[in-house]
Ligand binder design. Structure first.
Ligand code: ATP
Ligand code: MG
Length: 223
């Protein structure tokens, strides 16, 4: 089944997910013994014998957990939803808990001088640049809007500014990046936060270690 047959492996990504998961781990009695920003280690030890953290790319967390490279992980709803759609609607991940961290929203944004409402009403074909092509495809299909999707991996804000696209679908938290680039949020698609994801086999075979951890996280989230 999983990474190691004993102990527990938790997959996290650097940055906000790691930072915001730390207090939850602490509430569960787990201290991470190295800082991923300064350490070159990809596997970080903790104060709890057998509990280790693997540092992976945010979009790789579901993959590690699904295939047992990690027993559990923390992943954004954006990543989970995008990958579920890409796999035909679902993946074999148990999602017991919304951790309510790394909160933001998935939105449509355009240049301030682009008349989105009219373009949508007139049934024009929209050119949409995004990293989240499946979420964008589903969103516009539900609205009956025809789109040409352009897959990007970085700085989507640049697409409308260069004429690459009419609109972008991206994560927005404060709106500061959009404002700095003279873009406006024209539609909100969904609220985003990060969830705990657990490997199905681990849930059964490591139940005795996993259950108290999930319960401690749950308490810390509602506190
Ligand atoms: P990278 O930035 O290395 O390309 P990434 O964008 O996938 O990777 P992060 O920016 O750390 O990684 O985002 C990880 C998760 O945090 C996202 O999947 C999303 O759920 C959430 N997130 C992203 N941007 C924001 C934001 N501005 N505010 C709050 N949460 C966010
Ligand atoms: Mg990012």
């Amino acid at each position: 089944m999983s990474a190691a047959n004993t102990g527990l492996t938790l997959a996290l990504s650097k940055g906000r997910i790691f930072e915001e998961t730390l207090p939850l781990l602490r509430a569960a009695g787990i201290e991470v013994l190295e800082d991923p920003e300064t350490s070159r280690k990809l596997i970080l030890p903790t104060n709890r014998e057998g509990v280790r953290i693997v540092m992976v790319r945010a979009s790789d967390v579901p993959t590690y957990v699904q295939y047992g490279g990690a027993d559990l992980g923390v992943a954004g709803r954006d990543v989970l939803h995008e990958q579920a759609l890409a796999q035909g609607g679902s993946h074999g991940l148990y999602q017991p808990l919304d951790l309510n961290i790394a909160r933001c929203r998935m939105s449509v944004a355009t240049r301030a001088d682009f008349d989105y409402a009219t373009a949508v009403k007139q049934g024009s074909r929209l050119r949409v640049a995004t990293k989240y092509t499946e979420i964008a495809r589903q969103h516009f299909a539900e609205k009956g809007v025809h789109v040409d999707l352009i897959k990007l991996y970085g700085s989507m804000e640049l697409a409308p500014l260069t004429g690459l696209a009419d609109a972008i679908v991206d994560l927005v938290s404060t709106g500061g990046t959009l404002r700095a680039n003279k873009l406006v949020e024209v539609e909100q698609i969904m609220d985003i936060s990060s969830r705990l994801v657990v490997n199905q086999a681990a849930l059964k075979l490591k139940r005795d270690t996993l259950r108290p951890l999930i319960d401690a996280f749950s308490k810390a989230v509602t506190a």
